[in-house]
Design a protein around this ligand. Structure first.
Ligand code: NAP
Length: 306
């Protein structure tokens, strides 16, 4: 039985690994397929303390990984498919393989939310995207749309104007929830327009996407717009499917933790976006990763581990 398994390699997971490795917990990290988490899909991170000029998301993640490995974290690039309570600890299942550990840190993060339209699956990656930094390049000189009113939507719209000739932000209300500084950047960008009180209700094309139907949420009126691309930035859903039924989740499927990052299962801690419906920042994910590792260390000592 291992001392500690960390599931998920975003900011929270790597920070937990750094602390746990330095506390001699010999952590095993299962990275999953989205190694590096959401920061791998972003460009410049301007608000992570300690980087006055900003740092590129992937660079930050790579540095965190190196730091975790330097202290002995064993990194395994596989996805966890199941999770079970067993005598004296927990079993982590990876297809046909099984590992067990006395303590677990869950840092599986959250994945992009889609619109939920009936035919949207067939347009995913063929006109409908959730990552501007990954796919924006394909829209050089095109007129495209983004959806959402948070910081991500502002950031994506701004970034997309590097390629697109025009970006229209479709937002379901008449105010943005994004921070003031991000909204100001949008206002100053001549390539960006905002369509308030609006939502996409239909996607049309073979695929690829050819046009979208937008409904005015106030009047109910609908209009069709020709477009090559739509980028969604409408929030994220926590990756908790494999823990359902065993670990207590809230009504939005975030893992419930107390102030010490403890879940309802003794020895199982959660950190980062998977348990955070409020802040969702890289720095808060790092903070909770540190807390979870320190709590795991304490728990391991309490159960008599050395
Ligand atoms: P968010 O703040 O939750 O915003 C999601 C947006 O999508 C909201 O405007 C919401 O509309 C809209 N939305 C949700 N479901 C929708 C649907 N089904 N159809 C249409 N619109 C929908 O998410 P986020 O922008 O990804 O940000 C998450 C967190 O990360 C925030 O705390 C944010 O501050 C942070 N963040 C920070 C930065 C930065 O500082 N540089 C960059 C990115 C993200 P309503 O407003 O009507 O609810």
């Amino acid at each position: 039985m291992e001392k500690l398994i960390i599931i998920g390699a975003g900011v929270a997971g790597w920070t937990a690994a750094i602390y746990a490795a330095r506390a001699n917990l010999d952590p095993i990290m299962f990275t999953g397929i989205e190694e590096g988490g959401q920061l791998m899909l972003t460009t410049m991170v301007e608000n992570f303390p300690g980087f006055p000029e900003g740092i590129m998301g992937p660079e930050l993640m790579n540095d965190l990984k190196k730091q975790a490995e330097r202290y002995g974290t064993k990194v395994i690039q596989k996805s966890v498919t199941g999770f079970k309570k067993i005598k004296g600890g927990y079993e982590v299942i990876l297809g046909k393989e099984k590992y067990s550990a006395s303590t677990i840190i869950i840092s599986t993060g959250a994945s992009a939310r889609w619109l939920g339209l009936p035919n949207e699956k067939k347009f995913q990656g063929r006109g409908l995207h959730t990552c501007a930094t990954c796919d924006g390049f394909f829209y050089k000189g095109k007129e495209i749309f983004t959806v959402g009113g948070g910081d991500s939507a502002m950031e994506e719209a701004n970034f997309l104007t590097k390629f697109a000739s025009k970006v229209t932000i479709v937002h379901r209300r008449d105010t943005f929830r994004a921070s003031k500084i991000m909204q100001e950047r949008i206002n100053k960008n001549p390539k960006i327009e905002v369509m308030w009180n609006s939502e996409i209700v239909e996607l049309k094309g073979e695929p690829p996407l050819k046009s979208i139907v937008i409904k005015n949420t106030k009047t109910g009126g609908k209009k069709e717009y020709k477009t090559d691309g739509v980028f969604l930035a409408i929030g994220h859903i926590p990756n908790t499917k494999i823990f359902e039924g065993l670990i207590e989740l809230d009504k939005s499927f975030f893992i419930k933790t107390d102030k010490r990052m403890r879940t309802n299962l003794p020895g199982v801690f959660a950190a980062g976006d998977v348990q955070d419906p409020v802040y969702k920042q890289a720095i808060t994910a790092a903070g909770t990763g540190c807390q979870a590792a320190m709590e795991a260390e304490k728990y391991y000592e309490e159960i008599g581990g050395k």
